[in-house]
Design a protein around this ligand. Structure first.
Ligand code: NZQ
Ligand code: ZN
Length: 385
């Protein structure tokens, strides 16, 4: 096992009626800014529950944070929050609202000329306003990690940042808030969480059987509960299990002491930036090709994954690996997530454009062996056409 440091200070309040706990989680004298998305929380009663829990407080709000949150929108929130001297932010929504809020709290305290540098130049976050979250969409794990992915609409760039200062102080996970999710978002959430696990598991063995089995247990649970969630999004137990899987998939626990890949995410972000394809769908496009392309260096873990998660144990090693990748693709497709670029009407020009961007940016050494170069990205994407 590799050396590691593990730090995760996020307090989780999980279950029915936990939104009421906001009363005690947010300091009584705080000036609170509530951030949210396009309005789903106003239709499903979550907004009302939040406002009831915050009654008697100094509260203002900023709505309209879009999926794949835009820097341009978030800077408006930063200006508003500074003007109102906000000192606590509450994000209510999915990964986009939470990621957007992480950027808002960092940008509010940023002293450089342009807060976009936090993303484009990895300018360090030295201070951030505290924030909490009420999660309404199980998918990203953003509720229990410190990462954030932000898009600049003007240039169609999608970059990530993270800092120990951008962990939420707390996150409220009430599975009942997910009852109104459209099937498309449930499927996205399952595939995103599933791929988070694979990016931290399908690398090479370092004799970390506990991390392996924890990863496999999340995969197996998503495989069981995912289809049930799509079928019946108002079943409390199903949504509770799905929600906790998604959080556990990216809160740092399964990553400790093991190599991680993340090339699928890095490449996928370009597809969202250029074509607006939902995040999870970009992963479903890139991952199968990446696994096929890197099957030699991922061989041992691919065989283990196939055997333990999909029961693949017949045939030669090559046959088992192919059967395992096909089982993964079939799982995504069963959730109505398409897995080729053609399915999204994206062609060769986009592959060329991504190569051009990566060259300009000097992208190199992706993946757990730091051996995926731009020419490999081109081949992987070409395999996904
Ligand atoms: O905006 P509203 O009206 O709230 O509607 C949203 C949005 O249209 C809707 N929704 C959310 N909860 C709902 C609901 N509709 C009905 N009922 C509910 N309970 O769902 C739509 C999508 O929301 P969004 O937040 O964009 O989805 P998701 O949670 O999948 O977040 C995706 C973003 O997270 C980033 C992605 O890149 C993308 O920008 N990621 C963040 C990560 C992190 N911070 O660790 C890791 C991930 O790999 C990912 O990159
Ligand atoms: Zn993801």
């Amino acid at each position: 096992m590799n050396n590691f440091t593990f730090y995760n200070p996020v307090k989780i309040l999980f279950g029915k009626a936990q939104i009421a706990a906001l009363t005690s989680e947010i300091p009584a004298d705080a000036k609170v800014l509530v951030t949210y998305g396009g309005g789903s929380i106003k239709k499903n009663g979550v907004y009302d529950q939040v406002m009831a829990a915050l009654s008697g407080r100094t509260v203002t709000e900023f709505g309209g944070i879009e999926p794949n949150p835009h820097y341009e929108t978030l800077m408006k929130a930063v200006n508003q929050a500074k003007q109102e001297q906000v000192n606590f932010v509450l994000a209510v929504g999915g990964g986009s609202v939470i990621d957007g809020t992480k950027f808002i709290v960092a940008a509010m305290e940023y002293e450089g000329a342009d807060a976009w540098d936090i993303l484009a130049k990895k300018a360090p976050v030295k201070k951030a306003v505290p924030f909490g979250t009420v999660l309404t969409l199980p998918a990203t794990g953003s509720e229990m990690n410190s990462g954030s992915v932000i898009t600049k609409a003007e240039t169609k760039e999608k970059f990530s940042f993270g800092s120990p200062l951008t962990f939420p102080k707390f996150s409220i996970l009430d599975p009942e808030t997910t009852y109104t999710l459209p099937v498309r978002q449930i499927s996205n959430g399952i595939v995103d969480a599933y791929t988070h696990v694979l990016e931290q598991y399908l690398t090479y063995p370092v004799n970390a059987p506990l991390q392996d089995r924890m990863a496999e247990s999340i995969l197996l649970t998503l495989k069981e509960e995912g289809p049930k969630a799509v079928e019946n999004p108002q079943d409390y137990d199903t949504m509770a299990n799905f929600m906790w899987c998604a959080t556990m998939a990216l809160n740092g626990v399964i990553r400790v002491g093991v190599p991680t890949d993340w090339a699928t995410h890095y490449i996928g972000h370009e597809l969202t930036a250029l074509h607006g394809i939902d995040h999870a769908r970009t992963l479903a496009i890139v991952l199968p090709s990446l696994l096929r392309y890197k099957q030699e260096t991922k061989k041992e873990k691919l065989l283990q994954y196939g055997q333990r998660v999909w029961g693949v144990d017949a045939g030669t090693e090559d046959e088992r690996i192919e059967a395992t990748i096909q089982a993964t693709v079939a799982f995504f497709e069963s959730l109505d997530i398409k897995t080729t670029l053609a399915d999204y009407e994206v062609g060769q020009e986009t592959v060329k454009e991504i190569v051009r961007r990566f060259e300009e940016r000097g992208v190199k050494n992706l993946g757990e062996h730091a051996d995926i170069q731009i020419k490999d990205v081109e081949e992987i994407l070409t395999m996904s056409l």
